[in-house]
Design a protein around this ligand. Structure first.
Ligand SMILES: *Cc1c(COP(=O)(O)O)cnc(C)c1O
Length: 370
């Protein structure tokens, strides 16, 4: 495909705008080869790595302002493993799953396990969202805080259904980038390779006392639960600052460095203001453009961390992202299965708002010259 050569003065300082794995800041990489150098390649059962696990848990607890009784637990396998772990060890009989994109849909599939009742799956068109509704017999209400495939963010509000019903939120792309009250959720889980700018392979979850009680009760119920997917096992190991099997130590180091940076800058409020500044620049630009428009029609649904921008027929978004890629601006393609004439741009906390403004100049230049 033909491509435009962008003038240097309009290029972002860093061209990574992908939604995951996402930009890792240079300071995090320096942390890997600096303080991390003596920890990488050492035993995960000894204090240096255990202290590192403990540090990520403590910093997440601070970042999320955990209420008394909540704990941070972790395990291997990323958010996808967490869905299966939840089917085994968190859903007692039936889940309600809100689906308005790929990731919500994947948890709904995992919740359709043969030992559970068929989940109450509620679907909305991609680009919109919907709200959970209390239903008798449902014991887990689940939806994504940010649907990464479409760029829709949701309100986190506890569902008051049956006594003991849990509100379970997939925060994989939202965690650390959108302010909210964790007291409104019982489980707030995520993998760290998105807004938290680390690498893949782990999942973390903030769990409420009610969620801990549920995990322990199901584990003691006699239900078959594979060791690797046991949340009880994850809970017990997390309290000992370890995982069942070997974690990616570099993922831990990159995460710890990122958490320290966010906390030093002012925590979740600061991160939220920064992601809003970046995403709003894109939405304002698209609103004003004659060829572009925000994919998410309702401004209240628009994500602060993943901006999806549609283009009119006659402008080929794939050609724009391809041309940008030739200039080192990468991963602006839309979520593959969404199949839209669209750019999808991460505005995670690691991404400089000035770089987003440069990206907009770069897109404008590409539109004029392609
Ligand atoms: C990326 C993503 C996932 C999948 O995470 P993995 O660590 O790759 O399993 C799940 N949910 C959301 C919202 C995501 O953005």
């Amino acid at each position: 495909m033909p491509h435009v050569v962008l003038p240097r003065e309009i290029l972002p300082t860093d061209g990574r705008f992908g939604c995951g794995p996402s930009k890792i800041r240079a300071a995090q990489l320096e942390h890997l080869v600096g303080p991390g150098a003596s920890i990488l390649g050492t035993s995960h059962r000894k204090s240096p790595v255990k202290n590192l696990v403990g540090s990520t848990r403590a910093r997440l607890a601070e970042l999320l302002r955990l209420p008394v009784g909540y704990e941070i637990i972790l395990g291997n396998g990323g958010s996808t493993a967490f869905w299966d772990a939840a089917a085994f060890g968190l859903i007692e009989r039936r889940a309600q799953n809100l689906v308005f994109g790929e990731f919500g849909g994947k948890f709904a599939s995992a919740a359709a396990a043969p030992w559970l009742e068929a989940p109450d799956v509620r679907k909305a068109e991609p680009g919109t969202s919907l709200v959970a509704e209390a239903v008798t017999g449902v014991d887990v209400y689940a939806w994504p805080h940010n649907e990464t495939s479409t760029g829709v963010a949701t309100e986190i509000r506890r569902v008051h259904g049956d006594e003991g019903a849990l509100t379970v939120i997939d925060a994989t792309s939202a965690a650390g980038g959108i302010d909210f009250s964790v007291a409104e959720a019982d489980v707030y889980y995520f993998a760290p390779q998105k807004n938290l700018g680390s690498d893949g392979g782990l999942w973390y979850a903030a769990v409420s006392p009610a969620a801990i009680e549920r995990i322990e009760r199901i584990a003691a119920s006699g239900r078959y639960i594979p060791e690797f997917l046991s949340l009880k096992n994850a809970l017990d190991n997390s309290r000992l600052q370890q995982t069942l099997n070997t974690p990616a130590v570099s993922t831990l180091l990159l995460l710890d460095s990122q958490l320290e940076w966010i906390l030093e800058n002012g925590g979740l409020q600061w991160a939220d203001a920064r992601t809003h500044e970046s995403s709003q620049a894109l939405y304002d630009w698209a609103e004003a453009s004659e060829v572009a428009t925000p994919f998410v029609a309702n401004p209240a649904d628009r994500s602060p961390v993943v901006a999806t921008i549609d283009f009119v027929e006659g402008v080929d978004a794939a050609a724009i992202s391809d041309s940008l890629r030739h200039n080192g601006i990468v991963d602006t393609e839309p979520y593959r299965k969404l199949g839209r004439n669209q750019l999808r741009i991460a505005t995670f906390v690691s991404i400089e708002p000035d770089d987003v403004r440069q990206l907009i100049r770069s897109i404008d230049y590409t539109l004029e010259h392609l």
